[in-house]
Design a protein around this ligand. Structure first.
Ligand code: ZN
Length: 178
C-alpha cells in the first residue's frame, strides 16, 4: 500500500476517527504501509489520520529496532499516572517542537492486527508515544497540548506550513494563468 503523510493544517488531522470493525487483508496492508512510512520518516509513532486514513489504528516503535514495532487497533488508554513535560514533535507538523505535559505511565487496551485483545503497560517515552498517537485518533495535535507562549515561539514555522499545505481546492480547468 502506498501511503503518504498529510501535513498541518490538513483538516483530516482534526477529525475524530471511526473504530475499525473489519480485521482483514486490507487492514494488514494498511498497518504494514504505516510501519514503512514511520520507519522512512524516522518517526516513533504514526496514526491513521497522519496518512489520511480516519480509522482508529496506530503503529509505534520507541527504540527503532524492528522487533519493537507495535500495532494497536481501537486503542484505549487507562490508568494514566504522573505528569511529565517534554518537548514533542510530530511528523505532520515538521520543524515544530513544543513542550507537552503527559502522564508518565499508562496502560493500553486495544486489538492486535488479527482482532485479538491486547493489554500492555508502558512508561516514559513509550507511554508518551501512546498518548500522542491516541490524541491523533481524536483529531488532537501537540499544538492543542502546549502553552500559548510555546505556540507563539513556533508561529512562523506554522505560518509557513499553512502556506505550503493549505487544503487543496477545486481548480477551474484551463485557468487564465496560462
Ligand atoms: Zn503526531
Amino acid at each position: 500500500m502506498s501511503l503518504s503523510l498529510v501535513y498541518y493544517p490538513d483538516p483530516r488531522l482534526r477529525e475524530a476517527c471511526a473504530p475499525v470493525k473489519t480485521f482483514d487483508e486490507s487492514l494488514r496492508r494498511l498497518a504494514e504501509g504505516m510501519l514503512e512510512v514511520m520507519a522512512a520518516k524516522r518517526g516513533v509513532g504514526l496514526a491513521g489520520p497522519q496518512v489520511g486514513v480516519l480509522r482508529r489504528i496506530f503503529v509505534c516503535n520507541h527504540t527503532g529496532e524492528p522487533g519493537d514495532a507495535q500495532i494497536y487497533v481501537n486503542p484505549e488508554l487507562t490508568d494514566l499516572v504522573g505528569s511529565v513535560e517534554a518537548d514533542e514533535g510530530c511528523l505532520c507538523v515538521p520543524g515544530v517542537y513544543v513542550p507537552v505535559r503527559r502522564a508518565q505511565r499508562c496502560a493500553i487496551r486495544a486489538c492486535d492486527i488479527e482482532g485479538r485483545p491486547i493489554e500492555r503497560a508502558g512508561e516514559n517515552l513509550l507511554a508518551r508515544i501512546w498518548q500522542h498517537e491516541a490524541d491523533h485518533l481524536e483529531g488532537v495535535l501537540i499544538l492543542d497540548r502546549t502553552s500559548a507562549v510555546a505556540k507563539l515561539a513556533v508561529r512562523n514555522t506554522l505560518r509557513e506550513l499553512e502556506k505550503t499545505h493549505r487544503p487543496v481546492r477545486a481548480r477551474a480547468p484551463f485557468s487564465s494563468r496560462g
